[in-house]
Design a protein around this ligand. Structure first.
Ligand SMILES: NC(=O)c1ccc[n+]([C@@H]2O[C@H](COP(=O)([O-])OP(=O)(O)OC[C@H]3O[C@@H](n4cnc5c(N)ncnc54)[C@H](OP(=O)(O)O)[C@@H]3O)[C@@H](O)[C@H]2O)c1
Length: 312
């Protein structure tokens, strides 16, 4: 049987470390705030919002909810984001997707100030990741000091996206070496595949990116030392598509008509071949939320540093 990588345990560890840092900020008179912007009545967004609120409460981050109607205009959304960009209480802004179809979501995401873009999906945040200007977040400081020593460069004002960052932290947590390894990523989406590939390159892996137009997917997946998949296509990856000893991170999430939540991997058919695998649910999902909280706390730390008399 493969070893299951426990997302709940990793998320708890990250949240406990975030909680300690938030408490230290509180002791120095700084509160940490996360604004969440929702437009319309998407039931999945409401569920996700509740999960974020619960986790934020646990670590001492205040969540500000900005619920707009499904009939919201682009101007209203831009004005909401603009007011949050200048609100001192707000360290992070998260825009829930999907937005109503009439709205150009990229325009709204790009209006979030990079220093508050804790979801890391704005053009500046992604550009800095590609230019290796924000990848410092991926590299640990002093192991013994844990999160407190994760590098924070106060002049660098953007964050890396939560889901792919969570994948890297997963692999790190379970001691999976990336340098020189062949990692196959199935997805080229802006939320997952593209930034994940950039992060893996920063970690000196050899990266193959696959998508719907990829010919001979099984030939490529069979070469993977590490396989990361985020398609939302249940059962896409089967046992005959992977090599013995592969490490699999299943990022895909699909709710089946019977209510079961599944990923991209046909678990039973791969289980005798893989060495490590993330479950769905209980894998990458909880870690994504923990990363959002860590980014928000880091944003608050940066803002505190910039307010210090030494920086004046
Ligand atoms: N665990 C988490 O925290 C978390 C966070 C975000 C997303 N997710 C899940 O991850 C999945 C993807 O989300 P997303 O927002 O990135 O979706 P998306 O924008 O639709 O991207 C899906 C990607 O998968 C590729 N793809 C789809 N079917 C494929 C196939 N048969 N063979 C090869 N590639 C295929 C697509 O290729 P093309 O580019 O060619 O279309 C695309 O690059 C969803 O299930 C979502 O729920 C989970």
């Amino acid at each position: 049987m493969p070893k299951i990588m426990d997302g709940k345990k990793l998320a708890e560890d990250i949240k406990n470390a975030v909680r300690k840092e938030v408490l230290k900020l509180n002791e120095r008179g700084f509160d940490v705030g996360l604004s969440v912007v929702l437009a319309g009545d998407d039931p999945a967004s409401e569920q996700y919002f509740l999960a974020i609120t619960k986790a934020s409460k646990h670590v001492g981050i205040t969540v500000y909810r900005h619920k707009l109607s499904g009939a919201v205009s682009t101007n209203e959304l831009l004005n909401t984001v603009q007011s949050l960009n200048t609100d001192e209480r707000v360290n992070g802004i998260m825009l829930f997707l999907p937005l109503p179809k009439r709205i150009n979501a990229r325009r709204i995401i790009n209006s979030i100030a990079p220093e508050k873009d804790v979801d890391g999906l704005g053009a500046i945040s992604i550009g800095r990741l590609a230019a290796e200007e924000s990848t410092f977040q991926l590299f640990k400081g002093n192991e013994a000091e844990g999160l407190a020593s994760r590098k924070l460069l106060p002049y660098m004002s953007s964050f890396i996206p939560c889901t792919p960052y969570g994948v890297i932290r997963f692999l790190e947590y379970y001691g999976v070496e990336l340098k020189g390894k062949h990692v196959v990523v199935i997805s080229k989406s802006l939320a997952v595949g593209k930034p994940l590939s950039l992060m893996l390159l920063a970690k000196e892996a050899t990266v193959t990116v696959c998508h719907r137009e990829t010919k001979n997917l099984p030939e490529l997946t069979k070469q993977a030392d590490i396989l990361c998949t985020a398609t939302g296509r249940p059962g896409l990856i089967k046992g005959d598509m992977v090599k013995d000893g592969v490490v699999i991170v299943d990022i895909g999430i699909k709710v089946l008509p019977d209510g079961r939540i599944v990923g991209d991997i046909a678990f039973d058919s791969v289980k005798d071949k893989v060495s490590l695998i993330t479950p769905v649910p209980g894998g990458v999902g909880p870690v994504t939320i923990a990363m959002l909280l860590e980014n928000t706390m880091m944003s608050a730390k940066r803002s505190e540093l910039l307010k210090s008399p030494l920086m004046m």
